[in-house]
Design a protein around this ligand. Structure first.
Ligand code: SAH
Ligand code: SF4
Ligand code: F3S
Length: 454
């Protein structure tokens, strides 16, 4: 079979893990001879990489699928693939719902795409959702950016937060070896990327499934050790990591971040709720006091660190008073950014079948009140940048004003300034901040640097 003139399109929903998986699958498809098609309707192979974290994310997929299924009736050689978390959650049920599908594959099968497609091209309808040991990747991902890159360090999640579908769809924790991670980062550095973000759903769990303990009984491989291990990779100027879990976040990690110059002073540590009773029923394994202590410690070591988080409102049984404890935490901490969501019952999770589900009105009212406070606090946090000189890594043009480029500060604030993208892409620029908004900044360039002194 020849695939040389075939075109593909990938639509990605969900989190950074899914985006990273999509880049890998794009790499595999290009190795197979497929070419990217910007227009999904011109593509011979359509892949939806799906998310099921909340019901609205899942429903979106079905409306997209409906349209492509129709197209298949006119173009029978169209290949339709559903990957990611809805694929894992629904498995064969998806085929019953959309019989036009050729391949349904869970996230653990990402690196097997070529094999699975071969089975499809041999005339089969394929469902790949059984748990597997994730293969080390041998294909080169087709990365969306040429400046920043994602690197998976641990797959899956062993937590059992009572609202969350991720452990069901992403499977148990599987850490990559430090060597494999370093090799990938070295390659990324050689290709001219400047920033890497190490990824895991619960990145603090990194290494606990790898063999070896220290004489003190600590795991030999931890996120902290990994940061030291990859820190000197040539060409890489900045290192980030996400997502941190308050239950496992250590002072040792905070020290490493303060000590290692390439590690950015930005922490994404979801707290979910500011109320201890709710946290307990979520099975999060910490109290709001512990969360506050973590943030205090971070700020002792790095007073200017940016803090972002996720929070859920309207968890089953959440009282007005408990919700106000979330508001209070947000008021006290002052997040640079907070992703907020109304609780959405997910299939196969404990909280979904509890009594005391709250009404949509209550949930959306609380969400609005929280978002209002978040915007006020983020605007306050932005004020500290006014007049300061910040280091910005230029990623792209400002899509709304082509005379400007955009990048991020070390604290992850989106920043715009006048400049030519052809000259500045991938450069670290010192920018004096002249305008601040809640979630972004504008400034003027002061100095362009090719690279940080090693
Ligand atoms: N591993 C990360 C988060 C993964 S999911 C952690 O432990 O924090 C990303 C975010 O989606 C979560 O932080 C949570 O805020 C939100 N989320 C997860 N399940 C949800 C649900 N059932 N309803 C609403 N929001 C949810
Ligand atoms: Fe979900 Fe909890 Fe795992 Fe995060 S730590 S992915 S919220 S189960
Ligand atoms: Fe969604 Fe799966 Fe990520 S459910 S948030 S794409 S792990």
């Amino acid at each position: 079979m020849t695939t040389s003139s075939r075109r593909y399109h990938i639509t990605t929903f969900g989190c950074q893990m899914n985006k990273a998986d999509s880049e890998r699958m794009a790499g595999i498809l290009e190795d197979m001879g497929f070419e990217w098609s910007e227009d999904p309707n011109q593509a011979d192979l359509i892949l939806y990489n799906t998310c099921s974290i909340r019901d609205n994310a899942e429903q979106k997929v079905y409306s997209y699928l409906g349209r492509q299924a129709k197209r298949k009736h006119e173009q029978p050689d169209l290949t339709i693939v559903v990957s990611g978390c809805v694929a894992q959650q629904e498995g064969e049920a998806l085929l019953r719902r959309v019989p036009e599908l050729d391949l349904v594959m869970g996230p653990q099968h990402t690196n097997r795409l070529q094999d699975l497609l071969q089975q499809v091209f041999d005339g089969n309808q394929v469902v790949a959702t059984e748990p597997v040991h994730i293969m080390e990747d041998i294909t080169k991902p087709r990365r969306d950016s040429t400046v920043t890159a994602w690197v998976n360090v641990i797959y899956g999640c062993n937590e059992r937060c009572t609202y969350c579908v991720v452990p069901n769809v992403r499977g148990v924790e599987q850490s990559r070896t430090p060597q494999a991670i370093r090799t990938e980062i070295e390659e990324i550095g050689r290709l001219g990327f400047k920033e890497v973000t190490l990824l895991g759903q619960n990145i603090d769990a990194y290494g606990r499934d790898l063999p070896g303990v220290t004489p003190e009984g600590r795991h030999l491989h931890t996120l902290t050790d990994l940061l030291y291990y990859v820190h000197d990779v040539e060409g890489i100027e900045r290192i980030r990591f996400a997502t941190s879990h308050p239950r496992y976040f250590t002072e040792r990690l905070i020290k490493a971040c303060a000590e290692l110059p390439k590690v950015c002073e930005h922490f994404h540590i979801p707290f979910q709720s500011g109320d201890n009773e709710v946290l307990k029923r979520m099975s999060r394994g910490y109290t709001h006091e512990k969360y506050r202590r973590i943030i205090d410690t971070i700020r002792q070591y790095m007073p200017d660190a940016s803090i972002s988080a996720d929070a859920i409102v309207g968890f089953p049984g959440e009282t007005e008073e408990q919700f106000e404890n979330t508001l209070k935490l947000v008021e006290d901490i002052g997040f640079d950014l907070l992703n907020t969501a109304a609780y959405s019952p997910r299939p196969g999770t404990p909280a979904a079948i509890w009594d005391e589900q709250l009404s949509e009105e209550t949930k959306s009212d609380r969400l609005q009140r929280l978002n209002h406070l978040v915007a006020i606090k983020a605007a306050e946090r932005s004020q500290r940048y006014m007049g300061r000189v910040e280091e910005v890594l230029v990623e792209d043009q400002n899509s709304k004003d082509k005379t400007q480029v955009m990048g991020r500060t070390r604290g992850n604030r989106l920043t715009f300034f006048a400049g030519d993208i052809n000259e500045l892409k991938g450069k670290l620029v010192k920018v004096r901040i002249t305008e601040v908004r809640a979630f972004s900044l504008t400034g003027e360039p002061v100095e362009v640097r090719e690279a940080l002194p090693v």
